[in-house]
Every structure is written in C-alpha cells, then in structure tokens.
Write a protein that binds this ligand. Structure first.
Ligand SMILES: Cc1ncc(COP(=O)(O)O)c(C=O)c1O
Length: 391
C-alpha cells in the first residue's frame, strides 16, 4: 500500500459509475449475463484468476462483498481475505480447511470458549485430536507436536485472561516442524498487528467487533497467504460460508473510521488503565505495567492496544464483585465488544471454558471491560463510584 492506512480507508471504494462516495449494495442470487458465451468467459476468468471477483452465482459474492475483500486484503497485506457471516465462521473455516480425520492440532489454552468447544469436543468426534498449550510456557507447545500435528491455533491476547504470547517463537516452532499456523487477531486487528506479513498462514478477525464498530452487524474475515489459499478456497466453496452484501456494506462503512475509533479506544483505555493500575484490590489485565512479561510481548509485536481489558479481582465476597459490576452506570451488560460503547461482563467459569492453565483460585474473579468512545473522565468517575462496593 503506497498511501498510509488512514488515507487509504477514506479514499478507497468510491463509485464513479453511480457517482456515489460509497459503493452500492448489490444483492443477487442470480447473476445475469448477456449470453451463454458471457457466462463461460466469466467462468474461465474465475479459473484463471480465483481472487479476482468473477462470479456466476450469488453464493460466490457480488461486487459489494468483493470490494470489502479487496480492502481487507490491503489492510492485512495478505494474499487474499475470505469473508464469512460471523467471526466464528472464520474460525471454523480456517480449521476445516486444513485439518482432517487422524490429524492433531495444538491450540492456545486461553482461546475464545466456542473455539475451545469446537476443537476439544466437536472435532474429537471426527477423530481430530486437540492438545492445549500454555500461552506462557511454549515448551508445552514444542514438546507436544507430533508427526500428525497439522495446525497451531493461537489467539492473542488470551480470551478474558489477556496473556500475550511470544509470537516469533510460535511461528519458528511451526516452521521447524512444518506445521501451519492460524491466529485470532480480533483484539488488535491489522491496524495494530499484521499476522500474515509477520509469518502466520491464516489470520481471523471478527468483523462484528472493531471493523463494523457500531454493534449492529455480524461478520468475519479470514486472511491467508498463498500457501493455504487453495485449501481455504475449496473449503469455502463446499461450506457455503459467505458474508451477505448488506453486512458487507456495513462493514465497509465501518472500516472508513477504523483508525479514528481504534486510536480513541486506545487512548481512553490507557487513561482508564492508569486509574485502575493504582488499585490493590485487583490485577489489571492489559499491556500497561512495563516490567511484566505481557507488556514486553505486546510491545515486541504490536503498534497499539485496543479497548478490551480485564480485572482479576481477589475477593472472598462474590456478592461484592457482582455489586461492583451492577453499580456501573455507563457500562452496558452484554456480550461482544468493539462497538462505540463501553461494556462489562463478570465472567462465569462456563465462559472461560474448562482451562488447563488458567490457575484461577476460588476467591479470584474475572471481570471484562470494553472501554468505549465516551469521555474517559466520565468512565473513570463511574468506575470509582462502583468500586466502593468491592470488598
Ligand atoms: C476473540 C474472538 N474471536 C472470535 C469471536 C467470534 O466472533 P463472532 O461473534 O463475530 O462470531 C469473538 C466473539 O466474541 C471473539 O471475542
């Protein structure tokens, strides 16, 4: 990309044909052609240039989805980006594309809990074995790789517990053992870290979060390098996992302001983190404390931090933890994150999954905060008043 990321997002995808700043939503199941020869010519073009946006049926996309894919391919600096109806659809597509019965996978212990359930339980029924590794002890990754291991699946930082891993060590272990790699990069997006450029084979972002940014659309993206492109393309075709044009339009619209929103989420989160880090009642789970391993790993690989953070609260009084959360007035109670608004969740064990390496004591509780685009002084004042209840 010759222009900066920020300028590119504002100037891309103008529609001079319709004379609109934004491209139209093209909805189609049937793609209509001028003649049979025209159909055959388009199909020949699609075979020759499979990333080029030539379609003969709506399930393959329309110009609206293709425009989004082209923008994301540039942002990711990848070979291609596939788009799916949800972020979890992209997680599934990545795994389904490269793992077969009899294979094994290494998965980071703190992955998003549906990713855990998919790998640990569901894929087991298809004779695919998953071994979870400790994100802060990569010997547990290295020593469990066998000849059958096909994929290392990373999520960085860890879901709810926010561990940052040594990504260069992971890609180096993978290359040495000829194992493919995938990373869930939803927390950072390619604005703060570009996994494919770094050396991962596949990179997932839930577009439901920061890409769309307004909590009103679901989608996923799976960026790939050339090595895995054909495998993912074949799996995409057979699963029918495709994003619809209305959602693609909304995600493209969200991307226009991705940089502005993420910069503000990041500034606000830093202000809130500075306040939270002084409190002795909990440990802040965010790359803030300069002498911590997590901070060093974040600094080594990322150019910024987004708005999602956690608190590990030590309290024998769970009701006081609930009261603290319930007393917040500017934080909504609800799943997902990455929209313009602040959110909070008190995590149950069900949501952190049956983790091997979480080491959460009985009197320790996880609270997740998404720091939105409100005035950070208001957010800090709100947290301050709610903290009175924490015992
Ligand atoms: C890290 C991460 N990856 C993937 C997903 C799944 O995305 P979606 O909700 O769009 O299916 C989520 C959703 O919360 C997530 O937090």
């Amino acid at each position: 990309m010759s222009k900066s990321f920020k300028t590119f997002l504002k100037h891309t995808a103008k529609d001079f044909h319709n004379q609109s700043v934004n491209p139209p939503v093209v909805r189609a199941s049937t793609i209509i052609f001028k003649s049979m020869q025209h159909i055959r010519k388009t199909q020949a073009k699609a075979r020759k240039n499979p990333t080029g946006g030539h379609y003969d049926y709506g399930r393959q996309g329309t110009s609206t989805t293709h425009i989004l894919q082209k923008i994301l391919t540039k942002l990711e600096e990848s070979y291609h980006v596939f788009t799916t109806p949800t972020g979890f659809g992209s997680v599934f597509l990545a795994i389904f594309s490269v793992v077969r019965p009899g294979d094994e996978m290494m998965v980071a212990d703190p992955v998003y809990s549906p990713t855990r359930l998919l790998t640990q339980d569901y894929l087991k029924e298809f004779n695919i074995k998953t071994v979870f590794y400790n994100p802060h002890d990569l010997k547990t990754l290295q020593k469990n790789i066998t000849k059958k291991t096909k994929l290392i699946f990373v999520e960085n930082p860890g879901s709810n517990s926010f561990e940052f891993q040594d990504l260069a060590k992971i890609t180096s272990i993978a290359k040495k053992n000829k194992v493919l790699t995938a990373i869930d990069n939803t927390w950072a997006t390619p604005y703060y870290f570009k996994p494919i450029k770094f050396g991962f084979d596949m990179s997932i972002v839930s577009a439901t979060k920061y890409y769309s940014g307004h909590s009103d659309v679901m989608g996923g993206s799976l960026a790939v390098n050339k090595k895995v492109f054909n495998k993912v393309k074949a799996a995409e075709r057979i699963t029918g996992l495709r994003l619809g044009p209305d959602d693609a339009y909304l995600i493209t619209r969200g991307l226009r302001t991705l940089d502005v929103r993420l910069d503000r989420h990041s500034d606000n989160a830093k202000r809130v983190a500075a306040f939270l880090s002084k409190n002795k009642k909990f440990k802040l789970l965010y790359p803030y404390k300069k002498d911590s391993f997590n901070f060093r790993m974040w600094k080594k690989y990322y150019s910024g931090a987004s708005g999602l953070m956690g608190l590990k609260i030590k309290s024998k009084n769970i009701n006081s933890v609930r009261k603290f959360v319930n007393s917040l007035k500017l934080f909504g109670y609800g799943y997902s994150w990455g929209g313009f608004e602040s959110l909070v969740l008190h995590q149950e064990l069900r949501e952190t999954g049956n983790r091997k390496f979480l080491n959460l004591a009985k009197d320790e509780h996880l609270v997740r905060l998404h720091i939105g685009l409100e005035d950070p002084n208001d957010l800090i004042a709100d947290i301050k008043q709610a903290l009175r209840h924490l015992k």
